[in-house]
Design a protein around this ligand. Structure first.
Ligand code: HEM
Length: 130
């Protein structure tokens, strides 16, 4: 059985990501980054992205992670906060702990990629606030 199957396939993975983004959108630390964004679309994209790295179907055809986040002024602390919310959402699921750990390890390894293109966006929001 693949980790994806052990996580409950598409319904299992969707349930975790829906819980994660329900919280992220109203979170005091990272909520502002999601203002005006389409939650359903972000969840959908990430269900297919996540399936790909858990051994499920490789259906994700969206932008690369640096491209997807290029316009956001993301800092390592924002990444850490989302990662923590993911850990909480996983902890409330019935997904086996070994699969939760694998998911969190892979998520953590994607950090540099998610933050890669953010410097330009951070510089822009710094100059906009002057
Ligand atoms: C390993 C961690 C992450 C993964 C795997 C991930 C994955 C993705 C994917 C696949 C998309 C959709 C791209 C598309 O279909 O257009 C996306 C969009 C987005 N992500 Fe992430 N993300 C991560 C971390 C973060 C963090 C830390 C934040 C903010 C705290 C964030 C905020 C957003 C926002 C706001 C969008 C929508 C961008 C837009 O449509 O303008 N992401 N992410």
């Amino acid at each position: 059985m693949t980790p994806y199957e052990m996580a409950g396939g598409a319904p299992g993975v969707s349930a975790v990501l829906e819980r994660l983004y329900d919280r992220a959108f109203v979170d005091p630390i990272i909520g502002f980054l999601f203002v005006g964004k389409d939650k359903g679309r972000i969840v959908q994209s990430q269900v297919s992205f996540t399936a790909g790295f858990l051994g499920g179907p490789r259906l994700y055809q969206g932008p690369s992670l640096p491209e997807a986040h290029a316009n956001l002024p993301l800092l390592p602390g924002h990444f850490a906060r989302r990662h923590r919310l993911l850990e909480e959402a996983l902890g409330e699921s019935k997904i086996p702990e070994s699969v939760q750990r694998l998911w969190l390890e892979i998520d953590e390894r994607l950090k540099d990629s998610v933050l890669a293109a953010g410097e330009a966006a951070r510089a822009q929001s710094r100059s906009a606030s002057r």
